[in-house]
Design a protein around this ligand. Structure first.
Ligand code: OXD
Ligand code: MN
Length: 589
């Protein structure tokens, strides 16, 4: 008798009509085979899926070039298909599930002809974790199969775990014809199903990541009483050896990955990495908040990554432990057979192809690497990986840090007055946009908790859910806002960032341990400047003060914009959040 899983695979094969079906076991040997297939048999137009890189300089590394129209998440083609639009909320594109299924069925008819359907059984979270979820994704491209092996715990055991059950998380993915007009990323939260066609880009195609672990999981979290968040998880080790665990949410490409494995500029302090993108947060039996990272890899932005900005990531990328590492849409040094991107430590190679494979010419300008070019690498290669990373229980969280890229107004660090005020802090967060999704760069967009593109239901309900989680916590983490990006009158960043951000983390740890007091402002608590360890930093008092400046008149348009964004959620917006808004407005008057 066929199991529900086998029946489901059969049904999808009937629709998509692949030449072959290949059940993956997640082994290293298989990854070698898939890379071979991607180098020889599979192509995007005429380009092979993979090309081996210089194995001496970049062990186990392969290069991939995506379709040129397919280089970032496509939020306008991403839908959350709840039964009613109100549940999806103004923060999501919505389609009636029946209509969406009809559309996807039409587009998927025969879409895998001439291709192989890979069946990928994987876990999000450690298999022994009570918080983990068993999942199966179908895909028709080796790049996705190999990437999923890096990013998730892919193993045949998941099939046994699922057994005769039909309640596993389902993902159907096909690159289709790469036609942007036939590209859709559809989420069916009630069925724990993601169906994606027309794109091979990570955020659209690695369905365990943004699609399941954030959009669908956030909705599951609402039903089951937990949170799926766009957050890094890290441990901060103090000179006395104690480790404090924190999570931090930042919109894409704000330095989140750099923070996750920051090399401390403060002697004696050390960061241990647990995750760079997603945290699942549960209320533990002890009344504390516990975090697990459902993923096992980093799908990070290459440009700007260097020994200076993120030495631990470069070491991770050059690590040999886990096979393979992938580079997507970077430049390509044809003399050395190496990837190259803007911001890497070496200067631009003499003979280099741009991300589209064209000979790059300085005079013509343009970027060598696509601004959203990526690496996909296992966290097990990371030299500062926390030993708790496979702990099924996760780690207890003492602080939640919320950030964005703001060149004006927002202080270097703020502490929320309490949980509710912290939720409001998250709700009002905005960021100047980046290249990780298709939209104009450098425009301010409100991105509450960095979850705007990833919350799988109405964000008004999401804030209420956060408030209810707070009520369940006997020992809630403190909540902070940080902003590394404030500029001076000449438009230069005031704060040095990177490893120096440890100075702010140290202050946060000191606060958690009640070692320092604070000053109250309408925005939140700020440090007594003397408590920030700035030894060795060449930062004038005037500049330091500028980092914390609160100018009431400059806040007027900001307040209006915050109010508008909160009111967008209408009646679903909890009154507690509006109360917090009113307090802020009155405070700034
Ligand atoms: C990502 C993103 O890819 O947030 O992590 O866009
Ligand atoms: Mn992300």
């Amino acid at each position: 008798m066929a199991t529900p899983l086998e029946k489901w695979v059969e049904e999808q094969a009937k629709l998509t009509k692949p030449d072959k079906i290949y059940w993956c076991d997640g082994s290293e040997e298989e990854a070698h085979r898939l890379i071979e297939i991607g180098m020889k048999d599979e192509k995007i137009e005429t380009t092979p899926i993979f090309q081996a890189l210089n194995q001496k300089e970049w062990p186990n590394a392969y290069f991939h070039r995506s379709h040129p129209t397919d280089v970032a998440r496509t939020e306008h083609l991403t839908y959350v298909c709840h039964n009613d639009q109100e549940t999806a909320g103004p923060n999501n594109n919505w389609m009636n599930p029946k209509e969406a299924k009809e559309l996807m069925t039409k587009l998927s008819d025969g879409c895998m002809k001439g291709r192989t359907m890979y069946v990928l059984p994987y876990m999000m979270g450690h298999p022994d974790s009570p918080y983990a979820k068993a999942c199966v994704q179908l895909t028709d491209v080796s790049y996705v199969a190999v990437s999923m092996r890096i990013m998730t715990r892919m193993t045949k055991k998941v099939i046994e775990k699922i057994g005769n059950n039909n309640s596993f998380v389902k993902g159907i993915h096909s690159v289709g014809t790469f036609d942007p007009n036939k590209r859709f990323i559809m989420h069916f939260p009630d069925e724990q199903l993601v169906w994606s066609i027309g794109s091979g880009y990570g955020g659209n195609a690695l369905l365990g990541k943004k699609c399941f672990s954030l959009r669908i999981a956030s909705y599951l979290g609402l039903q089951e009483g937990w949170l799926a968040e766009h957050m890094v998880i890290l441990g901060i080790e103090a000179p006395d050896g104690t480790v404090t665990y924190v999570t931090a949410a930042f919109p894409s490409a704000c330095g989140k990955t750099n923070l996750a494995m920051l090399e401390s500029a403060l002697p004696g302090y050390k960061i241990w990495t647990l995750g760079d993108d997603i945290a699942w947060l549960n209320v533990g039996p002890d009344g504390r908040l516990w975090a697990i990272n459902p993923e096992t890899g980093f799908f990070g932005v290459a440009p700007g990554t260097s020994m200076k900005t993120n030495p631990n990531m470069l070491k991770t990328l050059k690590g040999k432990k886990f096979y393979p590492t992938l580079f997507t849409n970077t430049g390509f040094d044809t003399d050395k057979n190496e990837p190259w991107w803007e911001g890497l430590d070496t200067s631009c190679p003499k003979n280099v192809l741009d991300w589209q494979g064209k000979v790059w010419n300085k005079e013509e300008g343009g970027k060598v690497a696509h601004p959203n070019s990526r690496f996909t690498v296992s966290m097990y290669n990371c030299p500062v990986l926390s030993k708790e990373c496979d702990n099924p229980k996760g780690v207890p969280i003492s602080a939640i840090i919320l950030g964005g890229k703001r060149t004006q107004l927002i202080p270097l660090v703020l502490e929320a007055f309490n949980w509710q005020n912290g939720v409001f802090m998250g709700a009002r967060t905005g960021s100047e946009t980046t290249a990780a999704a298709i939209h104009k760069e450098g425009v301010l967009r409100r991105d509450p908790m960095a979850m705007l593109p990833f919350c799988g239901y109405n964000m008004g309900d999401y804030f209420r859910h956060w408030l209810s989680i707070g009520n369940k916590l006997k020992h809630p983490p403190k909540i902070y806002s940080v902003n590394w990006f404030r500029t001076d009158d000449d438009g230069k960043f005031i704060w040095p960032g990177f490893g120096e951000n440890m100075r702010v983390l140290k202050w946060i740890v000191d606060r958690i341990n009640n070692k320092v007091s604070v000053n109250k402002t309408p925005l939140g608590y700020i440090p007594n400047l003397k408590d920030l360890d700035l030894t060795g930093l060449n930062l004038s008092k005037e500049k330091l003060e500028k980092l914390f400046e609160i100018n009431s008149s400059a806040w007027k348009p900001e307040l209006e914009d915050i109010k508008k964004s909160l009111e967008n959620f209408g009646k679903r917006m909890p009154k507690e959040i509006m109360e917090e808004y009113n307090n802020l407005e009155n405070g700034l008057r």
